[in-house]
Design a protein around this ligand. Structure first.
Ligand SMILES: Nc1nc2c(ncn2[C@@H]2O[C@H](COP(=O)(O)OP(=O)(O)OP(=O)(O)O)[C@@H](O)[C@H]2O)c(=O)[nH]1
Ligand SMILES: [Mg+2]
Ligand SMILES: [Zn+2]
Length: 312
C-alpha cells in the first residue's frame, strides 16, 4: 500500500539523491522512474524546487519524487560541457548577487551577466558588496554607483567585521534568499555570520591569483528562525541562455527608454544606423562599460565567442 503523498522543498541534491524538507522533517528522495526525464536540461531538479513526494512505507525517512511543481522563478546558465541549460536555484523571493570590494576584485562584467540571468529567470536582484572592511579602488566605487543609478538596490556588509549583517538579517526576514556570486566573495561567510554556529565551510582567496578556491561544492538551503537562504557554489563564468540575441537589450534596465525606438526593427543595437541605444551611449546616458557588457553578451548569444569569464 502506498502512503499519502506530500509536498516539500528540495534543500540539497547530490548524485540524484534529493533532500526534501517537509512540515514534519527531512526526507531523502530519488526521482520516480521516468518522471522529469523528458526535459533537455542538465539537472531536472534544483534547490528550492517544490516537489510532490510519495513516502516509502517501509522507511519514513525515504521517498520518491513524483513531480515538480511549476517554478515561480529560476536562475539558469548555459552549461557548455553538457550543451544544456543548468538551473542553479529556484523559487526565491530575492536573489542576492554577492560581490566583494576586493579579494577577489569587483568584476562588473560578471555582475552584469548575473543581473541579465536574474531578469530572464524573473528574479528580484539585490546587489550585496561584501568585505566592506577592505578598501576599494575609486573605479569600483564609481562602477557600483552606476548600478544604483540604474535602479538596483545595493547593500554593503562585512562578514568579517559584522558590519551590515544585522541590517541584512532584517531585510531577509520571512523571505527566501538565494546567494550567488564568484568564488571567494564570501557567500558562505555571510551565511555563517547570519546563522552563528552553523560553520559552513569557507576557503581562503588565493594570494597569487586573487580568486576564490571553490570551497562550497553543492547548493544547499538553510533555515533558522525566520531566515531561509540558499548558498551556492562560486560560479566562474555565465553563459546566458533562454533568450534570443535580438531581445538582449530588454534585460539592461537603463536601455528601456531606447530599445523599442530604433530605426531598424529588430535592432541588435550593434552596427545599425539610427540606433537609439548607441545614441544614448554617445550622449553619456548609458555607461560605455555597460554597453560593452551588452556587446560581449550579444556576441556570446550569437555564438561568436565563448562566455565572458569573471575577467574585466
Ligand atoms: N576581509 C574579509 N574577508 C572575508 C569577508 N567575508 C569572507 N571573507 C574571506 O573570504 C574568503 C572566502 O570566503 P567564502 O565564504 O568561502 O567565499 P564563498 O563566496 O562562499 O566562496 P565559494 O564557496 O568558493 O564560492 C575566506 O577566507 C573568508 O574568510 C569579509 O567581509 N572581509
Ligand atoms: Mg561558499
Ligand atoms: Zn538599436
Amino acid at each position: 500500500m502506498k502512503g499519502q503523498s506530500f509536498v516539500g522543498t528540495v534543500s540539497l541534491g547530490i548524485n540524484n539523491i534529493y533532500t526534501v524538507i517537509t512540515d514534519t522533517g527531512k526526507v531523502e528522495c530519488r526521482i520516480k522512474g521516468k518522471v522529469l526525464k523528458g526535459e533537455k536540461v542538465y539537472n531536472p531538479l534544483t534547490v528550492g524546487d517544490r516537489v510532490e513526494v510519495e513516502p516509502d512505507t517501509h522507511d519514513a525517512g525515504k521517498g520518491l519524487i513524483l513531480k515538480r511543481f511549476e517554478r515561480k522563478n529560476v536562475f539558469s546558465r548555459y552549461n557548455r560541457k553538457r550543451n544544456a541549460p543548468q538551473v542553479i536555484l529556484a523559487n526565491v523571493d530575492v536573489l542576492a548577487c554577492i560581490t566583494s570590494w576586493s579579494s577577489p576584485p569587483f568584476r562588473p562584467r560578471f555582475l552584469d551577466r548575473v543581473l541579465i540571468a536574474a531578469a530572464i529567470g524573473d528574479l528580484e536582484p539585490v546587489i550585496i558588496v561584501n568585505k566592506s572592511d577592505l578598501s576599494a579602488d575609486s573605479e569600483s566605487v564609481a562602477r557600483i554607483n552606476i548600478y544604483r543609478e540604474i535602479g538596483y538596490r545595493v547593500l554593503f556588509c562585512s562578514a568579517l567585521s559584522g558590519e551590515g549583517i544585522d541590517m541584512l538579517r532584517e531585510e531577509m526576514r520571512t523571505q527566501v534568499w538565494g546567494f550567488l556570486g564568484q568564488s571567494g566573495v564570501g557567500k558562505s561567510s555571510i551565511l555563517n555570520a547570519l546563522m552563528p554556529g552553523l560553520d559552513a565551510e569557507t576557503g581562503a582567496v588565493s594570494k597569487k591569483h586573487d580568486r576564490g578556491s571553490h570551497t562550497t561544492c553543492y547548493a544547499a538551503m538553510f533555515s533558522r528562525d525566520d531566515l531561509t537562504l540558499i548558498d551556492t557554489p562560486g560560479i566562474r563564468e555565465i553563459d546566458i541562455c533562454g533568450i534570443e540575441a535580438m531581445d538582449l537589450g530588454y534585460y539592461f534596465r537603463e536601455f528601456q527608454p531606447y530599445v523599442g525606438n530604433c530605426d531598424f526593427s529588430p535592432c541588435l543595437h550593434d552596427h545599425e544606423p539610427g540606433c537609439r541605444v548607441k545614441e544614448a551611449v554617445e550622449k553619456g546616458l548609458i555607461h560605455p562599460d555597460r554597453y560593452e557588457s551588452y556587446l560581449r553578451t550579444l556576441a556570446q548569444l550569437q555564438g561568436e565567442t565563448g562566455s565572458t569569464q569573471a575577467k574585466g
